[in-house]
Ligand binder design. Structure first.
Ligand code: BTN
Length: 318
């Protein structure tokens, strides 16, 4: 109901009479008034003037499920959104839902996380209303060794979605750091539940710094706001990321990993650079020459031997 009220008020620039509004919605004037109060509590600025009706003055920068549904260009991704003001981690909530058979494309989003999870056991700092913190449930019919392609696919999708905002060109540091002007803008965490080497479900967790000011960023990180002047709509970026994620996921399902990998290569911040990789207590140094069809990084060591890296932390040498 809230979604329909906002949609009607948005379409109507001036005042919309209570009578017209309740008629279009098929509810009583009293019921309408109650829904308007709910919307006001959620932060929507709606003025009510006797004999004139209701007018939408402003919309809060929130990621409410019903706002996400409006103008979403996807077929399944984000068609079911579970919105939380605060969560420990959207990953845990998404996992619980997936275990209870939540469908592919279901999204859990929170305005803040008290124990946001980063890769390699790190904490993901999630200041309230500043960034995007969400987890997407996927159920691809793939074997475990192909799961990391989905992480690459997510990185590509985020870069493509941001590219739609003029002036912002991001790159990907292997495997999944989103980089803007040499600083970390976002990250992706993938958690997989598999049985007998087949993926049962996969949770893609995305953390992206959008409207963070300096105070709400950890060192070495940046936000879209820090790199441009304007305050951006987190909602618009979120809807765009879902759209790109779905398009690339369909591409991968239909035609396999080749095109996704090719896109990743063209967005890579790592390939062609001298890197140090810390993986499984091993420390490898060399040139990052390519990624293979499973998304593993290929590093050519000084001795000439090319090593395949499936997990680890990459540091770019100067
Ligand atoms: C990284 O270390 O770069 C990955 C960070 C992933 C953070 C996101 S925020 C939404 C989702 N929930 C979590 O707890 N983590 C991921």
């Amino acid at each position: 109901m809230e979604e329909r009220i906002i949609s009607l008020l948005k379409r109507h620039q001036g005042y919309l009479s209570g009578e017209e509004l309740s008629h279009s919605l098929g509810v009583s004037r009293q019921a309408l008034w109650k829904h308007i109060q709910i919307l006001k509590e959620l932060g929507f600025d709606i003025t009510a003037v006797p004999h004139l009706g209701y007018r939408l003055v402003s919309i809060p920068d929130r990621l409410y499920d019903f706002q996400v549904y409006q103008g979403l260009r996807t077929k399944t991704f984000g068609k079911k959104v579970l919105y939380f003001d605060s969560l420990k981690s959207t990953m845990d909530m998404a996992t619980q839902l997936a275990l209870k058979n939540a469908g592919e494309g279901t999204v859990v989003i929170a305005e803040t996380q008290t124990k946001g999870k980063g890769r390699l056991g790190r904490i993901w700092y999630s200041p309230k209303f500043k960034g995007l913190y969400f987890s997407l449930i996927l159920r691809p019919k793939i074997s475990m060794d192909k799961a990391s392609i989905i992480t690459l696919l997510a990185g590509v999708s985020i870069c493509e979605a941001i590219k739609d905002y003029p002036g912002e060109e991001t790159q990907i540091k292997w495997p999944n750091d989103i980089i803007l002007r040499n600083k970390k803008l976002g990250g992706i965490l993938t958690e997989v539940k598999a049985e007998l080497d087949e993926v049962n479900f996969l949770i893609i967790g995305v953390g992206l710094n959008i409207n963070n000011d300096k105070k709400s960023l950890i060192s070495g990180a940046t936000s879209l706001r820090q790199e441009s002047i304007e305050e951006l709509s987190r909602l618009g970026i979120f809807q765009n990321i879902l759209y790109r994620l779905e398009s690339n996921y369909c591409l991968f399902q239909k035609r396999g990993p080749a095109e996704v990998i090719e896109k990743w290569r063209s967005l890579s911040f790592t390939l062609g650079k001298r890197v140090k990789v810390y993986s499984h207590k091993e420390h490898i140094e060399g040139e990052a020459v390519d990624i293979d069809s499973d998304g593993a990084l290929l590093v050519r060591k000084d001795c000439g031997f090319t090593q395949k890296i499936t997990a680890g932390d990459v540091v770019h040498c100067r």
